[in-house]
Write a protein that binds this ligand. Structure first.
Ligand code: FAD
Ligand code: NAD
Length: 477
């Protein structure tokens, strides 16, 4: 960290976000080649695969957070970090407008950051499809704050259900935990919640045993559509054993503070709208575009047909631009919006930028050498420069030989509760689909190895041991 001020001879590379895409890029980027600036409203990286475990206290949230400063301080050349939200990207002016959204604001809380190169890695928002009441009454599961809110709400429902003279119907409602969305987020959360009940809540608050119930609502005919058929069946069977109700082919249309309205086919095949009372509502119906991304797309004519995010080419360049790249959930490159994809895209961009810098260096050297060659006093000197040029040209060809981004799918993994997990793993010869307790240990070790720091790894293991030995903490805070 020896160069705090921007170097005018270098290009300014601005990176938006501190999630999977941006941090994998930062980890592998040779920062000495650019003036690197990172902008994100979150000054930490969040290991999302273990976030469902934070909703019940199996894992404490700080164990899966890694301060961005920790990544940056290990870089050779200083990287600037601004804790702010990018509110607008002006493509023509090459400027990002940023705003400090945190509680404490200085005299200046919004300003602009010019860029030569820009990487958009801002992720996605929660989809609500405009369904009324979702934002007001439902809880999402994307950020640390969401997990904390859910943890608090679970305990609040349990304590309120056991309040003196509570009406039996009201007790039932308060203890009905409804999860909307049968993708991996919804399934993992439902599994974690049922574990919490079976392993701890039941023991600490026996009064709720009769009425505590988890229901998972999914619009499609089955949950976990990205997994193979046998694993879908295995998950549905396991949920049944755990007494989690799965309501497939049921589409939530409206949400009030005490019940959801869901549409499904009745016994005669006709659509019926049903009221389902709930105490806790977790809404996990996937991703939607962030406003800053939507706005950028509107400035670029080539993006007008793209619906789900910034359309990128095979080098992750945002189509219609030459100096903006996009990674992760905000980019559309024909891959699922997963951490695996975002991490590989980020690492690819780091290699690309390192290579671009090297290319420029070599091209500058070549220019210098050709001048030297012309000025060489005699043939021997000219020949020597010629040899050097040949060598450099060879190196340039090697460096320039970088192929496009290719995603390598390692497999899909999900925890489904009661110490069972499902995994579709890409194997040498094909696909391996497995589910059960062994897969659960594989899930644990795979996620542990994917943690971004040793500190995180140790904290997660300690949390697992703590939860096993002492049980999860049921304090409502
Ligand atoms: P994110 O990781 O979401 O990061 C976006 C970053 O941008 C954040 O730092 C955010 O603060 C920042 N940001 C937001 N708005 C702005 C703005 N306006 N300006 C600047 N910065 C901004 N995937 C898997 O492969 N395996 C899993 O097991 C898995 N489990 C998951 C569990 C849960 C509960 C969730 C929610 C997701 C899970 N995913 C998993 C999906 C995975 O987390 C995402 O695909 C991944 O986070 C996408 O990475 P990203 O960098 O695009 O976005
Ligand atoms: P998702 O998009 O995978 O699933 C959302 C589900 O909600 C869909 O099945 C959809 O049919 C359903 N839905 C939508 N509207 C509905 C409504 N009104 N009523 C009832 N159901 C409705 O979303 P997710 O689970 O949040 O996952 C988002 C991304 O993150 C995915 O790409 C996923 O693969 C990834 N992820 C992966 C893991 C993992 O690998 N373990 C875990 C979490 C998330």
């Amino acid at each position: 960290n020896d160069q705090p001020d921007p170097d005018p001879s270098k290009k300014t590379l601005v990176i938006l976000g501190t999630g999977w895409g941006a941090v994998s890029l930062l980890k592998k980027l040779d920062t000495e080649n650019y003036n690197v600036i990172v902008v994100s409203p979150r000054n930490y990286f969040l290991f999302t695969p273990l976030l469902p475990s934070c909703t019940t206290g199996t894992i404490e949230h700080r164990s899966i957070m890694e301060p961005i400063r920790n990544f940056l301080r290990h870089k050779k050349t200083a990287v600037k970090f601004y804790e702010a939200e990018a509110t607008k990207i002006d493509y023509q002016k090459r400027v990002v407008y940023i705003n400090d959204d945190s509680e404490i604001k200085g005299d200046i809380s919004s300003t602009e950051v010019p860029f030569d190169m820009l990487v958009v890695g801002v992720g996605a928002e929660n989809a609500t499809f405009g369904i009324p009441g979702v934002r007001e009454h439902g809880l999402f599961l994307k950020e640390v704050g969401d997990a904390q809110r859910i943890r608090k709400r679970i305990m609040d429902c349990c304590e309120t259900a056991t309040f003196k003279d509570q009406d039996p119907e009201e007790i039932k409602r308060l203890l009905h935990m409804v999860v909307v969305g049968g993708g991996p987020t919804g399934v993992e959360f439902a599994g974690e919640l049922q574990d919490f009940f079976n392993e701890d809540l039941k023991k600490w608050i026996p009064d709720i045993t009769e009425n505590f119930h988890v229901t998972l609502v999914e619009a499609l005919p089955n949950v976990l559509p990205m997994f193979s058929k046998q694993l879908i069946e295995y998950t549905e069977k396991t949920f049944k054993e755990e007494t989690i109700t799965i309501r497939t082919k049921t589409m939530v249309k409206n949400v009030t503070d005490k019940y959801i309205e869901a549409e499904s086919a009745g016994p005669d095949g006709k659509k019926v709208l049903e009221r389902i009372p709930y105490g806790l509502l977790v809404w996990a119906t996937g991703n939607a575009l962030r406003p800053v991304v939507k706005d950028l797309m509107m400035q670029i004519p080539e993006q007008k047909d793209s619906r789900r995010g910034l359309a990128v080419n095979e080098y992750l360049v945002v189509k219609g631009t030459e100096n903006i790249w996009a990674v992760g959930d905000c980019a559309v490159a024909n891959y699922a919006p997963t951490a695996q994809v975002a991490a590989q895209e980020g690492a690819f961009l780091a290699r690309l930028f390192n290579q671009m810098a090297k290319t420029e260096q070599i091209e500058d050297q070549l220019k210098q050498l050709s001048v030297e060659q012309e000025r060489a006093p005699n043939k021997a000197a000219r020949d020597q420069v010629f040899t050097e040029i040949k060598e450099l040209q060879k190196r340039l060809r090697r460096v320039k030989q970088m192929g496009p981004f290719e995603y390598s799918h390692q497999g899909s993994l999900a925890y489904i509760g009661s110490e069972k997990a499902v995994a579709d793993i890409s194997w040498l010869t094909g696909n391996l689909a497995t589910g059960g307790t062994l897969t659960y240990f594989f899930w644990r070790s795979a996620y542990l190895s994917m943690c971004f720091s040793t500190r995180n790894r140790i904290l997660v293991v300690m949390d697992w041991v703590k939860a096993k030995v002492f049980g999860r903490d049921v304090s409502r805070e």
